[in-house]
Design a protein around this ligand. Structure first.
Ligand SMILES: Nc1ncnc2c1ncn2[C@@H]1O[C@H](COP(=O)(O)OP(=O)(O)OP(=O)(O)O)[C@@H](O)[C@H]1O
Ligand SMILES: [Mg+2]
Length: 372
């Protein structure tokens, strides 16, 4: 929408402390222009505080914020070309939808306020509601009006703080797709804050995972999922089976041998963190197969099986008592029942490997899951 290219948003050593408590430790982050970027992390990790600093609603304790080459750290909130959409959309109840959207423009004396507001409403596919009042619209529609109200200002950067948090699951999924479409149409940088990992992965080109005021990892969704850099990311983004192992030697063909509780397995050498021998070999549940052809094989006993339609989720117990989750697609392969002895298998290379000198349960608190 904007004619002047705004450039990337850059946070440089940006931090925020409240008295003695540090909500955001110095962080460096570049968010490319026109990106759909997600900031993901559990409650209290500093997501909103980071957004509020970008918006100019919170003074950073240290560091700088740039849009392109312009330092906006000291720029007042209303002078920044940044808009925010919150979870509570707070439309003016007595005003028509179109007036809600045009409100800011009118106040600034924009002569085309009404036309721009109508255009913004069309963009969120609510052109026909212009003359209605907020209480005549559903929650999801009201949230789209709030979005139109932010977009009408043609910001360089749009901040979305849990904007779908108040919506029910079905509407949420619909709005996720809707938001993606709108972002690709307007070409404005979107920074979407959520603590829903599926939402972040579905929507964003790039996801930054935050934990306790620090960035754990930044990358494309598939990269974070397939190659998490810490147990926190491995556990927070989907389910992980972390097998405590020790790297024992080179097996050729880019593979290494590892000892997993006395059982030999193979891993991709390139996945081993430099200079580390005691590791967690991480295998996602859908990479494991029951009685499959994978080169790594371990004997196990089925302790639980739940049919979910597209797949069956198994809990299987390994000889040393550890339970792993296996998700087997409902593709006609034979099903196993509780108590049955099976082989679990996977191919070397489908794993990720993490230094074992970290908490294997990090990131599990929110889901209530625990490793055995
Ligand atoms: N004004 C404030 N004074 C003191 N502490 C604050 C203030 N604002 C935030 N905090 C603290 O900073 C931490 C980060 O808060 P923040 O709101 O950024 O978290 P969040 O990641 O947005 O969490 P949620 O997902 O629950 O919205 C929290 O521990 C919070 O209690
Ligand atoms: Mg928040």
């Amino acid at each position: 929408m904007s004619d002047t290219p705004s450039g990337d948003l850059r946070l440089v050593q940006l931090s925020k402390s409240f008295e003695t408590f540090t909500a955001v430790h110095p962080l460096d982050l570049t968010i490319p222009q026109n990106a759909f970027f997600a900031l993901l992390g559990p409650s209290g990790c500093g997501k909103t505080t980071t957004l509020r600093m970008i918006a100019g609603l919170e003074d950073p304790t240290s560091g700088s914020i740039y849009i392109g080459d312009t330092d906006i750290t000291e720029t007042k909130a209303h002078k920044r070309n940044v808009n925010t959409v919150f979870q509570s959309y707070a439309l003016f109840p007595h005003m028509k939808i179109i007036d809600n959207v045009a409100f800011g423009l009118k106040r600034r004396g924009d002569k085309n306020a009404m036309a721009k507001a109508q255009e913004a409403l069309e963009l969120v596919e609510l052109g026909h509601t212009a003359k209605k009042k907020p209480n005549q619209l559903s929650g999801g529609m009201q949230q789209r009006v709030a979005l139109a109200r932010a977009l009408v200002n043609r910001p360089d950067v749009l901040l979305l703080d849990e904007p779908l948090g108040a919506l029910d699951l079905k509407l949420r999924r619909q709005m996720q797709l809707e938001l993606k479409r709108i972002q690709s149409e307007v070409g404005i940088t979107f920074i979407h804050v959520t603590h829903d990992q599926e939402e972040a992965m579905t929507m964003a080109d790039t996801v930054a995972v935050m934990n306790a005021g620090r960035l754990e990892q930044v990358g494309e969704p598939a990269e974070l999922y397939d190659r998490p850099a810490s147990t926190f990311v491995a556990n927070f983004l989907g389910q992980s089976n972390l097998l405590t192992s020790r790297i024992t030697g080179d097996a050729g063909e880019g593979l290494s041998t590892a000892d997993c509780h006395g059982f030999p397995i193979l891993v991709a050498t390139e996945h081993i963190p430099d200079g580390v021998r005691d590791v967690f070999v991480g295998v996602r549940p859908e990479k494991l197969r029951l009685d499959g052809p994978g080169r790594n094989q371990l004997t196990a006993t089925v302790t639980d099986a739940s049919f979910t339609g597209v797949a069956t989720q198994y809990l299987v117990q390994l000889p040393w008592g550890f339970e792993v989750t296996v998700v087997q697609p409902n593709d006609g392969s034979p099903r196993a029942s509780v108590g049955e002895s099976v082989q679990i298998s996977w191919d070397p290379g489908s794993e990720f490997i993490l230094d074992a000198r970290q908490d294997e349960d990090a990131g599990l608190l929110d889901t209530g899951l625990r490793h055995g």
